[in-house]
Design a protein around this ligand. Structure first.
Ligand SMILES: Nc1ncnc2c1ncn2[C@@H]1O[C@H](COP(=O)(O)OP(=O)(O)OP(=O)(O)O)[C@@H](O)[C@H]1O
Length: 267
């Protein structure tokens, strides 16, 4: 198994707790897994703890208890650098995740420098190759983030994420800030990269339409716990919990993107 999250708990101290060390529990015994080649959706309302789980998986924060295994290795116990190499992340806020003072070449080369020793020429060739993989040409190499559109900049963030040849990528609301027509282009790129590079995704979102477009499985997250799991997207309409039903209903009644996604897919 590529990723196993076993009974993970996480709490944060309240900033203004009356009792010293008063804390609030955000993750309450979460367990899930990700197989090779799979895209697992994590869907849930704002504040349910999705991003917190994502931060624990990439290792920037530690859980209170439980374990997270990447390729069978507990990331809290072993040499983390090896495991970190296997996971990348793409955030919603491409604007702030790309340093505005750095050129695109420097943004993409950041993770390469950490994990590999390449000559300058090798690095440039590698970055040109990565840009091409995400549908951008080498003319973007020496531009700054503000000289790119939102969709182009998110492609740069995806190029940076695949630069270390990760086994899986955490996509944390990675398309949420983009225009709908650009969302589907980025989703199509992610689908294409998944096949081409044999990578897997954990797709964190509150957007059920996007989940149906890209995910193989989905878990419904509520108040720090998984309330329902759908292992076959064709069975999405058979969800049992009220929470999942409500999310499904909201997506079906309010969302016109299914049509937009469909039009884009056909054209
Ligand atoms: N470092 C922190 N210190 C204290 N509380 C935190 C911290 N990080 C997150 N939280 C709290 O944890 C809860 C869950 O946040 P999280 O960002 O994981 O939710 P989410 O499901 O990803 O929400 P959204 O969809 O809005 O991004 C929130 O109430 C948030 O305020």
């Amino acid at each position: 198994m590529l990723l196993e999250v076993k009974n993970v708990y996480k709490s944060y101290k309240k900033p203004f707790g009356i009792i010293k060390k008063e804390s609030v529990e955000i993750l309450k015994g979460v367990s899930l897994s990700l197989k090779e080649g799979e895209c697992l959706g994590i869907i849930g309302e704002s504040g349910s703890g999705k991003s917190t789980l994502g931060r624990l998986i990439i290792g920037v924060e530690k859980g209170d208890c439980g374990s997270i295994l990447i390729d069978g290795i507990d990331i809290s116990k072993k040499n983390r650098k090896v495991e970190k190499e296997k996971v990348s992340v793409v955030f919603q806020d491409y604007g702030s995740s790309a340093n505005p003072r750095l050129k695109i070449i420097d943004i993409i080369s950041e993770p390469i420098k950490v994990f590999e020793k390449l000559s300058k020429k090798e690095t440039i060739n590698r970055i040109i190759d990565l840009l091409e993989k995400v549908g951008l040409s080498k003319e973007y190499l020496y531009r700054y983030p503000h000289q790119l559109s939102g969709g182009q900049l998110q492609r740069v963030c995806i190029a940076r994420a695949i630069a270390t040849n990760p086994k899986f990528i955490i996509l944390d609301e990675a398309i949420s800030s983009l225009d709908v027509s650009i969302q589907v282009q980025v989703l199509d790129l992610l689908i294409q990269l998944k096949k081409e590079l044999d990578i897997s995704y954990v797709f964190i979102t509150h957007d059920l339409t996007a989940v149906t477009y890209i995910c193989d499985r989905v878990v419904f997250f509520k108040e720090g716990n998984i309330v329902e799991e759908v292992n076959c997207m064709n069975k999405l309409k058979n969800v049992k919990s009220q929470y999942a039903k409500a999310l499904l209903h909201a997506a079906m009644t309010m969302d016109s993107r299914e049509e937009i996604y469909e039009v884009q897919r056909i054209s």
